[in-house]
Design a protein around this ligand. Structure first.
Ligand code: PEP
Ligand code: MN
Length: 358
């Protein structure tokens, strides 16, 4: 159920409706929009008695949400969600494209800094790197853990890049949330409902990757788990699904981009690295993703991919990443987008200064 407030409803009226909903034993989610505030109701099993609600001051109408995902749906929130990063001009969602670049895993301080310097020079605003790695083999490199989180925090200080890294389990979730700007939940954990609920209780953006065989509904329902706990900053990421096709590691399902955008207000990035598994396929699919309307790209970049401890074959060389940025910058205006080059950091004293962009 959704309570639509009148455009002129006051903050007190919104508050009173939320309290009324909570008194009924449900959860109220106030979602301010450009025109009016909507209040999503979750926790109800059947229909909520709308009689009383419609009488409350400031209420325009009470409507039933037809989709199984409520807070993720455009029925509840029409405007696109834009995730903002305090003190910077970086956003995910909205007109500006977001580019997240970096190695699959943080392997050493030297490796991470070398790559960060190059992706920052090409104008990325976000740096990625695995600290806790979900690996098929227990004998493969599992990540540097806390040491990697510290390295990435240093990278944020040095280059201004905002940090995205994966939390693999509830044990390390709080630690990741403490050090990162965005918590990644990986494909293998897309339906780890306990992890999703815990991430929903944090107040940090979550990048949710599509499960390897997840349908669109399952993907949005996983996002709903996070939203239903009150964390409304969810970013979706298409990273390829398992099919019979074996020319690539996965089949990058770009048609999910317009499909998500029709049903949901949440931003969606595309990961052409895991989506193809092959370096020479990454640039064409990055171009295609932007042309399809994605809100940005998540891509693996390595300075020595032949020596990488994970996902070397799909990692771009830094000069290939620079080319990717130049090309998607040109495609962006065709689809009404802009690619910001570099991040602007507001310093308390000096207003703002440019990051390492061109
Ligand atoms: C990753 O981003 O490094 C990763 C492990 O991705 P996925 O969960 O999509 O496999
Ligand atoms: Mn990887």
């Amino acid at each position: 159920m959704l309570v639509v407030m009148k455009a002129q409803a006051t903050a007190e009226e919104v508050q009173a409706v939320c309290e009324h909903i909570e008194q009924l034993g449900f959860r109220a989610h106030a979602l301010p929009g450009a025109q009016r505030t909507a209040i999503g109701i979750t926790g109800n099993q059947g229909e909520v008695d709308r009689g009383n609600l419609e009488e409350l001051p400031g209420v325009a109408e009470v409507i039933r949400v037809s989709k199984p995902y409520k807070l993720a749906s455009r029925e509840v929130k029409q405007e696109d969600t834009i995730v903002r990063f305090a003190g910077t001009d970086a956003t995910i969602g909205g007109r500006n494209l977001a580019v997240v670049a970096g190695p699959c895993s943080i392997e050493s301080r030297e490796q991470a800094f070398a790559i960060a310097e190059q992706v920052a020079a090409s104008g990325a605003q976000f740096f990625r790197g695995g600290a806790y790695k979900p690996r098929t083999s227990p004998y493969a490199f599992q990540g540097l853990g806390l040491e990697a989180l510290h390295i990435m925090a240093e990278i944020r200080d040095r280059f201004g890049l905002r940090i995205i890294t994966e939390a693999m389990d509830n044990e390390t979730l709080d630690l990741v949330a403490e050090w990162a700007d965005v918590i990644q939940i990986g494909a293998r954990n897309m339906q780890n409902f306990s992890l999703l609920k815990h991430a929903g209780r944090l107040r940090k953006p979550v990048l949710l990757k599509r499960g390897m065989s997840a349908t669109l509904d399952e993907f949005l329902m996983a996002a709903e788990y996070i939203l239903s706990e009150g964390n409304y900053e969810v970013i979706l990421c298409e990273r390829g699904v398992r099919t019979f096709a074996d020319h690539c590691r996965n089949t990058l399902d770009l048609s999910i981009v317009p499909a998500v955008q029709k049903l949901s207000h949440l931003p969606i990035l595309v990961d052409p690295s895991h989506g193809t598994g092959k370096r020479d396929k990454v640039l064409p699919m990055a171009r295609a993703a932007i042309a399809a309307g994605a809100d940005g790209i998540l891509v693996e970049v390595h300075n020595q991919p032949e020596k990488a401890l994970s996902d070397g074959p799909q990692s771009l060389y830094p000069d290939q990443f620079a080319r990717m940025m130049d090309e998607i910058e040109q495609i962006a205006p065709v689809v009404g987008r802009t690619l910001p080059r570099g991040i602007r950091i507001e310093t308390a004293a000096a207003g703002a200064h440019d990051g390492f962009g061109k």
